[in-house]
Design a protein around this ligand. Structure first.
Ligand code: ADP
Length: 472
């Protein structure tokens, strides 16, 4: 049998572990309690047997001879009481003549009591020796003359009477019942706990299996009251949701890219076919229309190339010290031509800040954000750029009063190929990957980017970069 690959269910592991723990605990408690109790109880019984004998010797036997007569009635009563406690009493006069002896008077009953003690004790303790201890105590009259003696016999070793053994048995039975109840409750609790844990794991595992088959859609509805299991279920649901989104995005990217490539290609093909068939002449206008479409294609391919570079895990950041206000100012200068084309006024407010960043990659960030601001701002619009320090962060804000972004779209605009309004973006030439490039670069610089926007009022992108002066 291949033991290495043999797996045991979680439920069995928990039940077996709980059972082993409780059985060992109960066993050790039972052994400890029983041993301690038996030894204490033995001491108590032994003391009480001895004090019976002492009482008999020191008090009771003083009264059995009075006014020159033996009180046979009292002796008989004392002897009958004593034999009930396993003590044999015989009284003789000074001529060794028996006055009263329980073994003579009630022979069979007395023997039965002594035999029972022996049998019971030997059943508890095999090595118990039924040796009888014998005491002789002189009996004196009022003038202190010896008139006879009492002979007392009892077992030398510790012995229990019938009711002592009954008491011990009750305690033992009680321990057994407690042990059984504890084991039963532990099995029940272990079963409930293990069921609760294993059901969560079973559900999550079946959900994971569905996910591996590409089924991300249905949410795992099972609810657990165990905190960790609850978190596990929430995580798998989140993961499933994310994977579903990614899957949808992947499908959309494929169709979008195919569509983006096909449109200019069809147009180019159409133009060329017409020219080859002699329907159209190759006029400079028609050739420049073909040129525009090829530009669109090469722009698309170029953007995809840039995205794959920044998207890859291995994007290397090559930081150097940058005077941020000069860097941004220079950038604004480069874009002033495009802004002027739409009569857009670019203003700025830049603190003198030195920061360490990858110049080339950060240029891409500013280029994408600034060109978007110009693209999505109407004629005569305004763009304002700010850069300032706050605590240990550098904040850069690029704010326009353009078309804005609808609320429902805001959370998606950093996703690849996400465009708010496809027809509008077609006019503006966007393909929806500029902002995902921006986000990748900012995150590679350990920064964050946020957007505030309102339709028809404008949009503000806020970049927060950590500025550790020691690293500059
Ligand atoms: P694109 O290349 O299409 O501009 P981006 O990733 O740069 O792609 O932007 C994603 C979408 O976000 C754009 O399609 C546009 O709808 C919206 N967007 C980006 N910047 C702005 C802005 N300044 N004002 C309004 N909408 C914007």
């Amino acid at each position: 049998m291949d033991l290495k690959n043999k797996s045991i269910s979680l439920r069995n592991i928990i039940i077996i572990s709980f059972l082993t723990i409780i059985v060992l605990t109960i066993l050790s408690i039972t052994i400890f309690v029983t041993k301690t109790f038996e030894s204490e109880f033995g001491k108590y019984v032994d003391d009480s047997n001895k004090s019976e004998v002492n009482h008999l010797i020191n008090f009771d036997l003083n009264n059995i001879y009075k006014e020159k007569n033996w009180d046979v009635h009292l002796i008989k009563k004392l002897a009958e009481d004593s034999i009930e406690k396993g003590i044999v009493l015989e009284v003789y006069n000074k001529n060794n003549k028996l006055i009263y002896g329980i073994l003579e008077d009630e022979k069979s009953e007395s023997n039965e009591i002594l035999n029972n003690i022996r049998k019971n004790m030997q059943s508890i303790e095999e090595n118990w020796t039924p040796k009888l201890e014998q005491y002789k105590i002189g009996i004196y009259n009022e003038n202190k003359d010896k008139v006879g003696y009492a002979q007392i016999l009892y077992y030398k070793s510790l012995y229990y009477m019938e009711n002592d053994i009954m008491f011990l048995n009750i305690i033992n039975d009680f321990m057994k019942v407690i042990s059984l109840i504890s084991i039963g409750s532990v099995v029940l609790i272990a079963f409930i706990i293990s069921k609760s844990i294993s059901r969560s794991i079973e559900n999550v595992s079946s959900k994971a299996k569905n996910m591996s088959d590409g089924k991300y859609n249905d949410k795992l509805k099972y609810n657990s009251n165990i905190k960790e299991a609850k978190e596990l279920i929430e995580s798998i649901n989140k993961l499933s949701y994310k994977l579903n989104e990614q899957e949808l995005l992947r499908k959309r990217i494929t169709t979008d890219v195919a569509h983006e490539l096909r449109t200019p290609l069809t147009s180019i093909q159409g133009h060329l076919d017409c020219m080859i068939d002699g329907i159209w002449e190759a006029t400079p206008e028609r050739l420049s229309s073909i040129r525009e479409e090829t530009d669109r294609l090469s722009n698309l391919v170029g953007q995809l190339k840039i995205l794959s570079r920044y998207d890859s895990e291995s994007n290397m950041i090559n930081k150097s010290k940058v005077n941020l206000n000069e860097f941004i100012e220079h950038f604004i200068y480069n874009y002033e031509g495009d802004a002027l084309f739409k009569d857009i006024n670019i203003t700025y407010d830049l603190e003198e800040i030195y920061i360490s960043l990858d110049k080339e990659q950060f240029s891409q960030v500013l280029a994408n954000l600034l060109s978007n601001a110009i693209k999505y701002t109407n004629i005569n619009g305004k763009i304002h750029i700010k850069a300032y320090e706050d605590c240990n962060n550098v904040i850069i804000s690029i704010k326009d009063n353009g078309v804005g972004i609808p609320k429902d779209d805001i959370s998606f605009i950093f996703e690849r190929f996400y465009r708010v309004d496809k027809s509008r973006d077609k006019e503006t030439g966007g393909i929806g990957i500029g902002l995902s490039i921006v986000k990748s670069i900012i995150e590679d610089h350990n920064g964050q980017i946020f957007v505030n926007s309102e339709v028809n009022k404008g949009t503000e992108f806020v970049i927060i970069l950590p500025n550790n002066k020691n690293n500059i």
